[in-house]
Design a protein around this ligand. Structure first.
Ligand SMILES: [Ca+2]
Ligand SMILES: [Ca+2]
Ligand SMILES: [Ca+2]
Length: 350
């Protein structure tokens, strides 16, 4: 299992250089403080880049901070979280960490913030000992962040890696979370779809939680305009035709992609001639270049000679909804077993 985990992590590092998928934490706003007797945190909540360390002695701030951890992780074993939640093996998840770790100059502070994610939240790890967090950091942690080695290899004198007493939220029951209601006595959170309303009241050491959202296996993609060989500029008009190359990798065998499930966000697109109905539609449009045969609009071959097959699909659709300029287009779809995939490419639109 550990080897599999390592392969996933290495793949995530490599893909991170090319996939350019948008950050999964999309927004944070401060909400009403509901505790009395504890000062409000002096700094606004913020989305940050993954820090070099998340030990108690490192990465302090005057307000809640959150960052994206490993993305698109295919679980090879069940994952355990608050309230008895068990995410089954075979699920693909994105991971994120939020913490309030005050500098020693601030004796205590509280902050309630609403964090919004790109995808729905499926689980939270907040137990007061940080046991769930520590157990999953090697799998779900950000690739370049130190979670488990104390003292820190990069910050001299920085100590205290999870698990330790009061790492997580101070709730009365170790593995059950407390919902935020009026007159909360201490830390609490409430999950609703893509958002978590999170109250942290901290002195030292602080509060750390891990938020798990739905994820998708990452694929690098390359979008090109048919008419201007290999150029990425596409015309902002109807019936745009695009070639999308989905690069296979160690986690994604493109032969297992359900081509009928593929879509490019913000465009009304269709993979032509792929399924019977679409092939029929295409013939009716008089664009029967593939003679109506199935699976002719997506071709499998190793375009970049890396030993993994790639899938080249033809999309056609209404591009008028895409804003002009440099635009990130996102592709999503599923494997034949239902596991989601996603990728993105920056194109210019004129
Ligand atoms: Ca706390
Ligand atoms: Ca704590
Ligand atoms: Ca390839």
């Amino acid at each position: 299992m550990k080897k599999t985990n390592r392969i996933i992590m290495v793949s995530a590092i490599l893909l991170g250089c090319v996939a350019q998928v948008q950050a999964a934490i999309t927004n944070v706003t401060v909400s009403a403080n509901v505790l009395t007797g504890i000062p409000a945190a002096p700094a606004a909540p913020a989305i940050i880049s993954a820090p070099s360390d998340v030990l108690d002695g490192c990465a302090t701030a005057g307000g809640q901070v959150g960052f994206d951890e490993a993305q698109g992780v295919l679980l090879s074993a069940p994952l355990y979280a608050d309230d008895g939640v068990v995410i089954p093996a075979g699920t693909v998840v994105d991971s994120h960490m939020i913490f309030l770790n005050l500098p020693v100059s601030i004796s205590s502070a509280q902050q309630e913030a609403i964090w919004i994610f790109k995808k729905p939240i499926v689980a939270v790890m907040s137990d007061s000992g940080g046991i769930y967090e520590a157990a999953s950091s090697s799998l779900l942690g950000a690739p370049s962040t130190n979670y488990l080695v104390s003292p820190s290899p990069s910050t001299p004198g920085c100590m205290n890696a999870a698990p330790f007493n009061a790492r997580g939220l101070e709730t009365s029951t170790q593995y059950l979370h407390r919902k935020c209601v009026s007159a909360n006595p201490d830390d609490c959170y409430t999950v609703s779809g893509n958002s978590i309303d999170l109250l942290m009241a901290a002195s030292q050491p602080g509060d750390w939680i891990r938020v798990i959202t739905q994820g998708a296996l990452k694929v690098a993609i390359d979008i090109k305009n048919e008419g201007e060989h290999k150029r990425k500029c596409i015309e902002n008009h109807k019936h745009e035709q695009l070639h999308v190359t989905i690069l296979g990798n160690a986690n994604v065998d493109v032969k297992q992609i359900n081509t009928a499930s593929l879509s490019l966000a913000d465009m009304t697109v269709q993979v032509h001639g792929d399924e019977g109905k679409q092939g029929k539609d295409r013939r009716e449009e008089g664009r029967g270049r593939d003679k109506g045969e199935s699976n002719k609009s997506c071709k499998v071959h190793d375009t970049n000679h890396d030993g993994f097959y790639d899938l080249v699909c033809e999309f056609r659709g209404d591009a008028t909804g895409i804003s002009e300029g440099s635009t990130l287009l996102e592709l999503s779809g599923q494997l034949k077993n239902g596991v989601p995939i996603e990728g993105s490419d920056t194109v210019c639109v004129r």
